[in-house]
Design a binder for this molecule. Structure first.
Ligand SMILES: Cc1cc2nc3c(=O)[nH]c(=O)nc-3n(C[C@H](O)[C@H](O)[C@H](O)COP(=O)(O)O)c2cc1C
Length: 196
């Protein structure tokens, strides 16, 4: 398989586009591009993504879509299905992920499970920003999603966290940037092993 066949999608669940979480995700994607991946960053900030309504239509319809068509979930879900690696990033909000990130996980995750596990054996990585505390809980929330979907979770030299509050502050967190670089290398290695 040519390296051009590798696809990585990063989703930024921050309410603000182009912030610290976006910067960390960019760093991971930069590394993956050097490894020959086609990459894309989707930012949820500025769009309204509602939560799952528990209608279970996805289990009845089995058409790889959420029945709610009034937001961008299905467009993002199609990109997730087409990717080998999914990197989900969120800032810590009250010691957990943002509402946008949770809405994505619940709806994309339910549709995936209703359709023979669409994310099965893809590679997943969580990336989380925080100002002071609570990031590990948010990190766990994202990893719970990957693990119930039968995905392989890539690690790094530390948990994939960055520290900072104002936009751009994470650039001063050199350990976070190094952690993102090692994460890229591990995602690339895992995807290439799996697709060999
Ligand atoms: C509503 C809200 C809740 C937050 N809760 C926490 C928190 O529990 N712990 C923490 O360390 N930082 C918290 N923060 C700070 C953000 O995680 C931090 O500013 C981060 O850099 C934002 O990332 P972004 O630039 O990608 O939006 C919170 C910020 C907001 C807006």
């Amino acid at each position: 398989m040519s390296t051009l066949g590798y696809r990585a999608l990063a989703i930024n669940g921050s309410a603000r586009k182009g912030g610290n979480t976006a910067r960390l995700l960019d760093r991971v994607l930069e590394g993956l591009r050097k490894e020959g991946f086609h990459t894309e960053l989707v930012e949820l900030g500025g769009t309204v993504l509602r939560g799952c309504t528990a209608c279970r239509s996805c289990f009845k319809n089995k058409n790889r879509r959420c029945v709610i068509e009034t937001d961008s979930l299905n467009e993002i879900l199609a990109k997730m299905i087409a990717s080998d690696a999914l990197i989900i990033g969120s800032p810590t909000y009250f010691a957990d992920v943002t509402s946008e990130t949770k809405a994505l996980i619940d709806r994309a995750g339910y549709v995936a499970r209703a359709n023979d596990n669409l994310f099965h054996r893809k590679v997943g990585a969580a990336v989380v920003m925080m100002r002071r505390a609570g990031a590990i809980h948010a990190f766990d929330t994202i990893n719970h999603f990957f693990l119930i979907e039968g995905m392989y979770v890539a690690g790094s030299t530390y948990w994939n966290l960055g520290i900072g509050r104002e936009i751009g502050e994470v650039e001063k967190d050199s350990e976070a940037l190094a952690t993102m670089d090692a994460l890229s290398a591990n995602i690339a290695h895992l995807v290439k092993c799996l697709k060999r």
